[in-house]
Design a protein around this ligand. Sequence first.
Ligand code: 0X9
Ligand code: ZN
Length: 260
Amino acid sequence: MHLNTSLPNKKAMWIDCGIHAREWISPAFCLFFVHYSLSFYNVNTEMTRILDNMDFYVLPVMNPDGYKYTWTNRRMWRKNRSPQKGTSCIGVDLNRNFDANWCTTGASSNPCDETYCGSFPESEPESQAVANFLRSHKESIQIYLSIHSYSQMLIIPYSCSMDEAENHSELYEMVKTAADEIRRYYRNTYTYGAGAQIIYLAPGGSDDWAYNLGIKYSFTFELQDRGRYGFLLPPSHIQGACNEALLAVKTIVLKVMEKP
Ligand code: 0X9
Ligand code: ZN
């Protein structure tokens, strides 16, 4: 979905949800975000200012086949549903299929594993479509965000190596401020930092790839919770999880809007 107000030639933010099939709060956030934008433009002053200065591209479910499969067959499915040559194992981890230190430590070359990187970078239609869109819009897209769950983290590059991003301190300051805001408003804890430092080495991710493409404000959010329900977040938690993530998005966009 493309959200844009009348002013032409604005910068844009990309948000994708549902890379991983079982992370149901993620597609829910994308829909919540679109609904909130449409409902609160010209109502909420911050959201109005944001939408007047920034376009949004929202992809509600990057992995629709996997997502559907979690509703019909296996609730805990993670990958997409593409058949693989020479094995009965199915699916590629789309967040290991991008061309950022592809298939090095932290990804698997075994199609039967949950973190299977695919047969080559962008081997999958889903990652290829996203990569093509970002390549063709990279002049306007200033911010990249991918929504996952769970564990309550605001992640910045890199996850594909131990290297520090060139604008690390700027990014770090942004996720720190966002986490502080969430704590202040919602009394909830989000950890933050470079992926390889705060979680694990995980190459081939969309955030690192987008960053290397030149989108220097690149983030992955891991939404609620911290493990009590995990991927099976109860419906009663959806609103709270989305409000928190929205606050983090607003905080970051407003910061980026200050940049020249
Ligand atoms: O491992 C992942 O892909 C993400 N965690 S999840 O539990 N949702 O699977 C973390 C992604 C962080 N970014 C990169 N690995 N590039
Ligand atoms: Zn995920």
